[in-house]
Design a protein around this ligand. Structure first.
Ligand SMILES: [Zn+2]
Length: 350
């Protein structure tokens, strides 16, 4: 079945959705990416090979052939993605339209009335969740709002045709006049709802100072890890004063070394310098502090480390900061996780 709405083509069978500006091609093979680019542009195979070669060289071979091909696709304005029509909450992103979701009702909030264009309108909202997270569902449709009267916590809702937008750094699902709601569809259950704060996922090119968000991409450059001294009791950073380390709370202490590492991270829309401290640095490098100390004194070990780390695909939660000296944005990692390739494939960019 094919539906065209708002210029977005949807194929339910193969679940290929083209949304305005979507550019992720991570789950396609190199050959598939090439054939998509050739199909959608007038460029010749030779020109394309050349562009990819140049891109690989520009990035000092830090990215894979697939990665280079997907950056070239982006530059040529080829926008494509493969995502299923029914999504898990973690994969629903602002800008997505015609989203389908099956979720459990966690809370039902009071329906509000307001006047719009001289007409009395209502807006209802409920908190829904599935195995991957929770999100607020906002309903503007009168029939759906009426249907909510019989809704209880623990009920299952199946929604088709919703859209997702950002509200104060959180994603929200909106249910408009063209959406469909089924309460307690037969045979659908959700056992364990993952309740955690869902950070908004953003493109690196869209980041703003103070954003607290999640980004997904690839490590493309790594700087030599460093370390600094902290108080072993409270973990606060301490500075040497004539050879003594003094914690404001714990007095003179024998400091503990903790690691710090800077790297560049690319998601094909842009790249950003990221700093990771302590456990996050150890996690990224897959090294203990002692091993990191050895790397600091051995260029050979650092070269070997780079080979291991460059190209790693990660999901990073953290905060965007502005580096005034270089007039650029940077990112402080609060949590680093390996990205599941399926998740990368489904990460939609509006
Ligand atoms: Zn202390």
């Amino acid at each position: 079945m094919h539906i065209t709405a708002n210029g977005n083509k949807i194929c339910f069978g193969i679940c290929r959705i083209e949304l305005k500006g979507v550019i992720k091609l991570f789950n396609l093979t190199y050959e598939q990416i090439i054939s998509v680019i050739l199909e959608k542009t007038n460029i010749s195979k030779e020109e394309l090979d050349q562009k990819i070669k140049i891109k690989l060289k520009d990035l000092s071979d830090l990215i894979s052939k697939e990665g280079a091909a997907h950056i070239v696709a982006n530059e040529l304005g080829v926008k494509l993605i493969t995502i299923p029509q029914f999504l898990k909450i973690k994969d629903v992103l602002p800008g997505m339209k015609l989203v389908g979701i099956t979720a459990k009702v966690m809370s039902i909030y009071e329906t509000r009335e307001f006047i719009r264009n001289g007409k009395k309108s209502r807006v209802a909202s409920i908190l829904i969740g599935d195995e991957t997270g929770t999100t607020r569902l906002v309903l503007w449709d009168e029939t759906a709002i009426d249907a909510l009267k019989s809704l209880k916590e623990g009920d299952i809702v199946k929604i088709k045709g919703a859209y997702c937008k950002e509200n104060n750094g959180f994603k929200e699902l909106h249910f408009g006049n063209n959406a469909q709601l089924i309460i307690n569809p037969e045979g659908e259950t959700i056992d364990n709802v993952l309740v955690r704060q869902q950070l908004l996922r953003k493109n690196i090119s869209e980041l703003n100072p103070d954003d607290h968000v999640e980004i997904i991409g690839t490590v493309v450059q790594l700087f030599e890890p460093r370390s600094y001294e902290v108080c072993p009791t409270c973990g606060k950073r301490v500075k040497s004063n004539e050879g003594n380390f003094n914690c404001a709370e714990h007095g003179v202490i024998s400091p503990k070394q903790v690691p710090l590492v800077n790297f560049f991270f690319d998601d094909s829309t842009a790249n950003i310098r990221i700093v990771a401290f302590r456990e996050q640095a150890e996690y990224l490098l897959e090294k203990t502090m002692d091993e990191i100390q050895e790397i600091k004194t051995s260029p050979e070990k650092f070269d070997k480390l780079k080979l291991e780390i460059l190209g790693k695909q990660l999901i990073i939660k953290g905060r965007v900061t502005r580096n005034e000296m270089f007039n650029r944005l940077e990112f402080v990692a609060n949590r680093i996780e390996e990205a599941d390739p399926v998740e990368i494939a489904q990460s939609v960019i509006k």
